[in-house]
Ligand binder design. Structure first.
Ligand SMILES: Cc1cc2nc3c(=O)[nH]c(=O)nc-3n(C[C@H](O)[C@H](O)[C@H](O)COP(=O)(O)OP(=O)(O)OC[C@H]3O[C@@H](n4cnc5c(N)ncnc54)[C@H](O)[C@@H]3O)c2cc1C
Length: 302
C-alpha cells in the first residue's frame, strides 16, 4: 500500500518536474529487477528538488536517490515512499584554473566528452563506468588506478533543507564508499583537473574502453562487479575457485565471462539474485574463509 498517499499527491502536484505512480524499478536498474516505487519523481532543477525533499522530510516519508541505477538491486516488493531521480540536475560549468563544476545528474560519458572537448585531463578513467556523476561520487567509483573522489575539490550536498559545501579533506571516503549522513543528497562537485591535449585525452579514453571490452565481455544485463574486492584479493578469483562460474538460480547467473558479475539471463527476479549472492558468499566463506561484501546497494521491500 502506498505510504502517505495524500501527502505524496500534494508533493507531486507542486513539482515542476515529472512524477509517476507505482513506477516499476526494473525500468531504472541495469539488473532489470525490482518492484514498484510508490512515487517516482524527476525534479526539474535544484529548487524543485529542495521543495520536494522539504515536504518528504516534514512528513517523515522515506526516499531513495537514484542515479543511473547501475549499482542498485531493488527487491521485488519495491520501494515505499519516493524515489528521486537527479536527471534534472545536469549542469556542467567550466571554472577558471582547469576546474569544472558538475551536477549529480550528468552522465559520466557526457562529462568525459566535455572534459576532452575542453582539453581537461584526469577524469578519463570514468569514461567506461556507466551511471551518473552523483552515483560515481557516492560510490567513489574507480577504474584503471583512478577514483572519482581523487579529483574532487569541493562536494555540495543537500541535507535537511540546507546546502552544505565541503572540501574533500573534510570528507571520509575510500574504496567504493563516500560517507554521507542518512538522507544526504549529493547535488554537485567542483573538480580540479589538468590541462592536456584533446588528442592525448581521447587516446587514453579509447585505450580504457578497449581494455574494458576485453576484460568485461559480458553479454547480459548486470550491475558490474557485484562484490567488493577484499584487501589483497580479487572477488572474481575467490568465486571462480568455488566452481560457481555459470551457476544459475531462476533467471540470475554467475557470469561465465566474469565471475564477479551476476547477470540477468532474462526474467530474473530480485529474489533470484539475492539467493545466488547468498550462495556465492557461503561457498567463498567455505573455500577461503573470506567474507565477501556486496558492492551493489540492496534496497526496497522483499
Ligand atoms: C557493466 C558495468 C561496469 C561497471 N564498471 C565499474 C567500474 O569499473 N568501476 C566502478 O566503480 N563501478 C563500476 N560499475 C558500477 C556502477 O557503474 C558505479 O557504481 C556507478 O558509479 C553507479 O552510478 P549510478 O549513477 O548508476 O548510481 P546508482 O546505481 O543509481 O546509485 C548507487 C548508490 O548511490 C546512491 N546515489 C546515487 N546518486 C546519489 C546522489 N546524487 N546522492 C546521494 N546518493 C546517491 C543510490 O541511492 C545508491 O545507493 C559498473 C557497472 C556496470 C553495469
Amino acid at each position: 500500500m502506498t505510504l502517505k498517499r495524500a501527502e505524496l499527491e500534494k508533493l507531486a502536484g507542486d513539482l515542476r518536474g515529472e512524477a509517476r505512480w507505482d513506477e516499476p524499478m526494473s525500468r531504472h536498474t541495469s539488473l532489470k529487477v525490482g518492484g514498484p516505487a510508490d512515487l517516482f519523481i524527476v525534479p526539474a532543477d535544484l529548487a524543485d528538488l529542495k521543495g520536494a525533499v522539504a515536504k518528504l522530510d516534514a512528513q517523515k516519508i522515506p526516499y531513495l536517490v537514484l542515479g543511473g541505477g547501475y549499482n542498485l538491486l531493488v527487491r521485488d516488493g519495491g520501494i515505499r515512499g519516493c524515489v528521486i531521480s537527479l536527471k534534472g540536475i545536469a549542469n556542467l560549468d567550466p571554472l577558471p584554473g582547469a576546474r569544472l563544476e558538475v551536477g549529480a545528474g550528468v552522465v559520466n560519458a557526457a562529462l568525459c566528452r566535455f572534459a576532452a572537448e575542453n582539453c581537461l585531463g584526469g577524469i578519463e578513467f570514468l569514461c567506461g563506468i556507466p551511471g551518473t556523476f552523483g552515483g560515481a561520487l557516492t560510490m567513489n567509483a574507480g577504474a584503471h588506478g583512478g577514483e572519482t573522489m581523487q579529483r574532487v575539490e569541493t562536494l555540495t550536498t543537500l541535507k535537511e533543507g540546507e546546502i552544505l559545501v565541503r572540501k574533500s579533506a573534510e570528507l571520509s571516503y575510500g574504496y567504493r564508499f563516500l560517507k554521507l549522513q542518512p538522507g544526504e543528497i549529493v547535488v554537485s562537485a567542483k573538480l580540479r583537473l589538468e590541462p592536456a591535449e584533446r588528442r592525448v585525452i581521447e587516446e587514453r579514453m579509447s585505450g580504457y574502453i578497449s581494455k574494458r571490452s576485453g576484460a568485461q565481455r559480458v553479454a547480459f544485463s548486470s550491475a558490474g562487479s557485484f562484490f567488493k574486492n577484499p584487501p589483497g584479493e580479487s572477488a572474481w578469483r575467490l568465486i571462480d575457485a568455488t566452481g560457481l562460474r555459470g551457476k544459475i538460480v531462476g533467471g540470475a547467473q554467475v557470469s561465465e565471462a566474469h565471475t564477479n558479475f551476476l547477470v540477468n539471463r532474462g526474467g530474473a527476479k530480485a529474489a533470484d539474485f539475492l539467493t545466488l549472492a547468498a550462495l556465492v558468499k557461503l561457498r567463498v566463506r567455505e573455500t577461503s574463509g573470506i567474507e565477501l561484501e556486496e558492492e551493489v546497494k540492496i534496497v526496497g521491500e522483499g
